[in-house]
Design a protein around this ligand. Structure first.
Ligand SMILES: C[S@@+](CC[C@H](N)C(=O)[O-])C[C@H]1O[C@@H](n2cnc3c(N)ncnc32)[C@H](O)[C@@H]1O
Length: 330
């Protein structure tokens, strides 16, 4: 079986349609539809759920590792794969602003529209307006994306890391008029008719300051063709968080993910690990997401096996469910 025939046929992945009104959680969302002829075999939709400071324990670990194990390096190259619209990339830039080394971060994503948005440098934060118990449940379901406190919570109500991240966010982002969230007449009518049935959001828009934009660049790209983005043994940290399911499942009804045959998954995961291995420096880190689809069958066994075979060792294990989210290349 040849991967090239099964999954991707073109180098440039033009999107055919973008759903602009997809607001299904309080961080930031978007779904980009890819043409069937271009993205064959897995999913037609790229789900671009992401948020600032998502799964921060892992990012704190990376920050500590750069300050200690990699402290001798004058420059650190970070590759943020599956960066969606850049929320994760800018989070890294903010968290590493005080690093003693020069930090270069390249964010890449398969989505053409996502990369355009990242380069556009306008970031919307959404806050769910809670009117009912149903809305409370809705919010709880999307806890991983909850970054609304950055823009909406009064400073004195925050503590610990949330207070620290809000201060950091205010240092590196400035609020700008929210021209991204202008709705068409039909959207406004729909939201009036269905008010009470669909969640309502408050939104604010922000622009990053040069201190962080200077560290980040964004390109369109595919994890399976990483060598087109990163020269061999050039990256010190490579992230590919909460995205493996795009390569290992297909769409079922109502958005359900259906696993592809194990043989196919094995081949894709092997290819991903091979590319990651080629792009990382010795002692470099490979970071995956906390989402269960990065760790459960049929991905976990083959992913952990291939990483181990290529001399990667577990570097950070999630304390709640014992999943390994960071791997160090030996
Ligand atoms: C759920 S988002 C994860 C975003 C971010 N990493 C996070 O954890 O918040 C998954 C992203 O993977 C991207 N993606 C899917 N397949 C990809 C591939 N083969 N190469 C690069 N990006 C891909 C999608 O476009 C989407 O933006």
């Amino acid at each position: 079986m040849d991967i090239a025939n099964l999954s991707y046929q073109n180098k440039i992945y033009h999107n055919t349609h973008v759903s602009k009104s997809n607001v299904n959680f309080c961080g930031q969302a978007g779904i980009e539809k890819l043409g069937k002829d271009i993205y064959v075999g897995t999913r037609n939709f790229l789900i671009q759920e992401t948020a600032f400071f998502r799964e921060p324990e892992v990012l704190e670990f990376v920050k500590g590792y750069i300050a200690t194990t990699l402290k001798h390096k004058p420059e650190i190259n970070i590759i943020d794969g599956a960066c969606s619209k850049g929320y994760e990339t800018y989070t890294l830039a903010m968290m590493l602003d005080k690093a003693s080394q020069k930090i270069n971060i390249t964010g890449f994503d398969l989505g053409e529209e996502a990369i355009k948005e990242a380069n556009n440098r306008k970031f919307v934060i959404k806050k769910l307006i809670i009117n009912s118990e149903r809305d409370e449940y809705y919010k709880m379901g999307y806890a991983a994306f909850n970054d609304d406190y950055l823009a909406f919570a009064p400073k004195e109500t925050l503590q610990g890391k949330e207070a620290e991240y809000q201060t950091m966010f205010n240092d590196f982002f400035e609020e700008i008029p929210n021209d991204k969230e202008k709705h068409s007449l039909s959207e406004c009518i729909k939201s009036i008719i269905f008010k009470g049935l669909i969640p309502q959001f408050e939104t604010k828009c922000f622009r990053p300051k040069p201190a962080v934009t200077d560290k980040c660049r964004f390109v369109q790209g595919d994890i399976l063709k990483l060598d087109e983005i990163v020269p061999p043994h050039n990256a010190d940290v490579l992230l590919f968080r909460n995205a493996l399911y795009h390569l290992t499942t297909k769409e079922g009804g109502s958005g359900f993910k259906i696993s592809l045959p194990q043989e196919y998954v094995n081949m894709v995961v092997k290819k991903v690990v091979e590319q990651v291995d080629n792009s990382l420096n010795k002692n470099g880190l490979f970071v995956i997401g906390q989402h269960q689809s990065d760790h459960t069958s049929p991905v976990k066994d083959i992913l952990y096996k291939e990483l181990t075979k290529r001399n990667f060792i577990p570097a950070f294990t999630n304390q709640y469910d014992s999943i390994v989210t960071v791997w160090e290349k030996n």
